[in-house]
Design a protein. Structure first.
Length: 101
Protein backbone atom coordinates (compact mmCIF):
# COMPACT_ATOMS: atom_id res chain seq x y z
CA UNK A 1 0.00 0.00 0.00
CA UNK A 2 2.76 2.46 0.83
CA UNK A 3 4.44 1.65 -2.47
CA UNK A 4 1.43 3.06 -4.41
CA UNK A 5 1.28 6.22 -2.27
CA UNK A 6 4.75 7.17 -3.50
CA UNK A 7 3.74 7.25 -7.20
CA UNK A 8 1.44 10.31 -6.97
CA UNK A 9 4.12 12.17 -5.02
CA UNK A 10 6.72 11.36 -7.70
CA UNK A 11 4.31 12.44 -10.44
CA UNK A 12 3.64 15.73 -8.63
CA UNK A 13 7.37 16.30 -8.21
CA UNK A 14 7.89 15.78 -11.94
CA UNK A 15 5.10 18.20 -12.79
CA UNK A 16 6.58 20.83 -10.49
CA UNK A 17 10.00 20.39 -12.05
CA UNK A 18 8.54 20.99 -15.52
CA UNK A 19 6.80 24.21 -14.46
CA UNK A 20 9.72 25.53 -12.42
CA UNK A 21 10.95 27.85 -15.20
CA UNK A 22 8.28 30.45 -14.45
CA UNK A 23 7.95 31.98 -11.01
CA UNK A 24 7.32 35.32 -9.42
CA UNK A 25 7.23 37.07 -6.08
CA UNK A 26 6.42 40.52 -4.83
CA UNK A 27 6.12 42.63 -1.72
CA UNK A 28 4.23 45.90 -1.35
CA UNK A 29 4.44 48.67 1.22
CA UNK A 30 2.87 52.13 1.17
CA UNK A 31 1.66 51.75 -2.44
CA UNK A 32 5.04 50.71 -3.84
CA UNK A 33 5.73 47.11 -4.89
CA UNK A 34 8.99 45.30 -5.53
CA UNK A 35 8.44 42.48 -8.03
CA UNK A 36 10.57 39.61 -9.31
CA UNK A 37 9.43 37.59 -12.34
CA UNK A 38 11.24 34.61 -13.87
CA UNK A 39 10.10 33.73 -17.36
CA UNK A 40 8.31 35.78 -19.97
CA UNK A 41 4.89 34.92 -21.32
CA UNK A 42 3.02 35.00 -18.05
CA UNK A 43 0.40 37.08 -16.32
CA UNK A 44 0.53 37.95 -12.63
CA UNK A 45 -1.60 40.01 -10.29
CA UNK A 46 0.22 42.52 -8.11
CA UNK A 47 -1.78 44.70 -5.74
CA UNK A 48 -5.00 44.29 -7.78
CA UNK A 49 -3.22 45.09 -11.07
CA UNK A 50 -3.08 42.40 -13.77
CA UNK A 51 0.37 42.47 -15.38
CA UNK A 52 1.32 40.59 -18.54
CA UNK A 53 5.05 40.12 -19.07
CA UNK A 54 5.43 39.27 -22.75
CA UNK A 55 9.18 39.67 -23.21
CA UNK A 56 12.30 39.79 -21.04
CA UNK A 57 15.62 40.80 -22.56
CA UNK A 58 18.96 42.18 -21.46
CA UNK A 59 17.74 45.73 -21.91
CA UNK A 60 14.41 45.39 -20.05
CA UNK A 61 10.97 43.90 -20.53
CA UNK A 62 7.72 44.39 -22.40
CA UNK A 63 4.71 44.62 -20.10
CA UNK A 64 1.05 45.60 -20.07
CA UNK A 65 -1.15 46.45 -17.09
CA UNK A 66 -4.89 45.78 -16.89
CA UNK A 67 -5.12 45.29 -20.65
CA UNK A 68 -3.11 48.36 -21.66
CA UNK A 69 -1.04 48.23 -24.85
CA UNK A 70 2.33 46.46 -24.40
CA UNK A 71 5.01 48.92 -23.27
CA UNK A 72 8.77 48.53 -23.43
CA UNK A 73 10.27 49.14 -19.97
CA UNK A 74 14.06 49.59 -20.24
CA UNK A 75 16.37 48.95 -17.29
CA UNK A 76 16.75 52.08 -15.14
CA UNK A 77 13.91 54.06 -16.73
CA UNK A 78 10.46 54.73 -15.24
CA UNK A 79 7.59 54.23 -17.70
CA UNK A 80 3.84 54.65 -17.45
CA UNK A 81 2.05 51.36 -18.14
CA UNK A 82 -1.71 51.76 -17.96
CA UNK A 83 -2.46 53.24 -14.54
CA UNK A 84 0.86 52.25 -12.92
CA UNK A 85 4.46 53.37 -13.14
CA UNK A 86 7.13 50.69 -13.58
CA UNK A 87 10.90 50.95 -13.19
CA UNK A 88 12.98 47.90 -14.14
CA UNK A 89 15.88 47.63 -11.71
CA UNK A 90 17.67 44.57 -13.12
CA UNK A 91 17.55 41.77 -15.68
CA UNK A 92 19.44 38.50 -15.31
CA UNK A 93 18.69 36.13 -18.19
CA UNK A 94 14.93 35.56 -18.00
CA UNK A 95 14.64 37.01 -14.48
CA UNK A 96 13.52 40.62 -14.18
CA UNK A 97 13.16 42.78 -11.06
CA UNK A 98 11.09 45.93 -11.09
CA UNK A 99 9.34 48.46 -8.88
CA UNK A 100 5.71 49.36 -9.44
CA UNK A 101 3.62 52.18 -8.00
Amino acid sequence: MKRWAVLPVLALGGALALTGCQSNSYSCKNGSCHVTVSGAGQSIEVSDVDLSITQIGGDGMTVSADGSPPTKAPVGKTVQVGQVRIRVTSVDGQKVKFDMN
